[in-house]
Design a protein around this ligand. Structure first.
Ligand SMILES: O=P(O)(O)OC[C@H]1O[C@H](O[C@H]2O[C@H](CO)[C@@H](O)[C@H](O)[C@H]2O)[C@H](O)[C@@H](O)[C@@H]1O
Length: 306
């Protein structure tokens, strides 16, 4: 794990049939969604500047929001890029892996950034990349990423450049992503960002967080939502659901669930909207029934739904 935090890897996650996502949910339970962007809401492109979130997906998120479901974005993108990709809809965002936070009209940073050091890191990387036209530098306000998707044969070169540079800067961390290495301040942690956002949206102690993401940096988020013992200023959370996109390395994720690809994320979100719509019509009846709150129970050993 890139954060250095110890993360217990569970046995294989359970495959969610996205069309039947409602089967994993309970009408008596309040949910909130945390969503990653690249590889989750937006398909991959060679150049990060060409990526976009389909309008249909943005519309879907708006419809889910209209059912009073809190949605927040937790992304490695910079805040400016995340906002641009989400436009015209406005959502709370934890950008640059949680370093840049924006919610309720407030913008905040998880940590003090040493910009002089960041400039030195950027200069060193630019210099080392001069011989390699196929390496793409993504210059972000709080970090720097080096992409090798255009030429995967340069994976080792990219790693060598980034690891050598990061070793000279102990307060900065080397983060691995899909065809990318990034150097960011150590405080960058999607799990911490999710817990902060959750605290902002918390209306009661039983809100069940669902986090969907596809990359190594999303593991911190899966741990944050799934660990009911983690607390934000003594407010204990209902155990949530971590959903990994992609099943290429099932054994290497902490997420309890997975869907196969971005298309299945859309189907799952459609299923979630359907669940919200049905629940809206059911709620008056449920309120009178005093039904116990239910979250999907999973056998610790077999990882099957109980
Ligand atoms: O946390 P995320 O929202 O998943 O962002 C992670 C990184 O996503 C972007 O890079 C990835 O997508 C690019 C565009 O499809 C692709 O070219 C690259 O190979 C992927 O790693 C973004 O450029 C990074 O800044 C994010 O950290």
């Amino acid at each position: 794990m890139t954060s250095g935090r110890s993360t217990s890897v569970h046995s294989a996650p359970i495959c969610i049939s996205p069309k039947h996502f409602a089967d994993y949910l309970s009408p008596q339970q309040d949910y909130c969604l945390f969503l990653d962007i690249d590889g989750t809401l937006a398909d991959f492109t060679l150049n990060p500047k060409d990526s976009f979130i389909p309008t249909t997906t943005l519309t879907l998120l708006e419809k889910i929001q209209s059912h009073s479901v809190n949605i927040a974005i937790v992304t490695g993108r910079s805040l400016a890029e995340a906002r641009q990709m989400l436009s015209p809809i406005k959502l709370p965002i934890a950008a640059t892996h949680g370093l840049e936070m924006a919610f309720d009209g407030i913008s905040a940073s998880l940590t003090q950034i040493n910009f002089a050091e960041l400039t030195a890191i950027k200069q060193a990387i630019r210099q080392s990349c001069t011989p390699y036209d196929d390496l793409l530098i993504e210059d972000k306000p709080y970090s720097i990423a080096l992409h090798y998707r255009q030429n995967p044969a340069l994976a080792d070169v990219a790693y060598a450049i980034m690891s050598t540079t990061s070793k000279n800067h102990p307060d900065w961390l080397l983060k691995q992503g899909k065809y990318v290495w990034e150097i960011a301040p150590k405080a960058a942690d999607k799990g911490v960002a999710i817990l902060i956002l959750l605290k902002q949206m918390h209306t009661n102690d039983t809100l069940c967080p669902i986090f969907i993401g596809d990359d190594i940096t999303d593991e911190e988020g899966f741990i944050a939502v799934q660990d009911s013992k983690r607390s934000v200023e003594k407010s204990h959370l209902t155990k949530g659901m971590g959903i990994k996109v992609g099943n290429e390395c099932q054994q290497l994720t902490c997420a309890h669930y997975y869907v196969n690809d971005i298309h299945e994320v859309t189907v799952l979100l459609e299923g979630f909207l359907d669940f919200c719509q049905k629940r809206s019509t059911l709620l008056p009846d449920l309120a009178n029934m005093n039904v116990p709150i239910n979250v999907p129970a999973v056998d610790k050993h077999t990882r099957q739904l109980i």
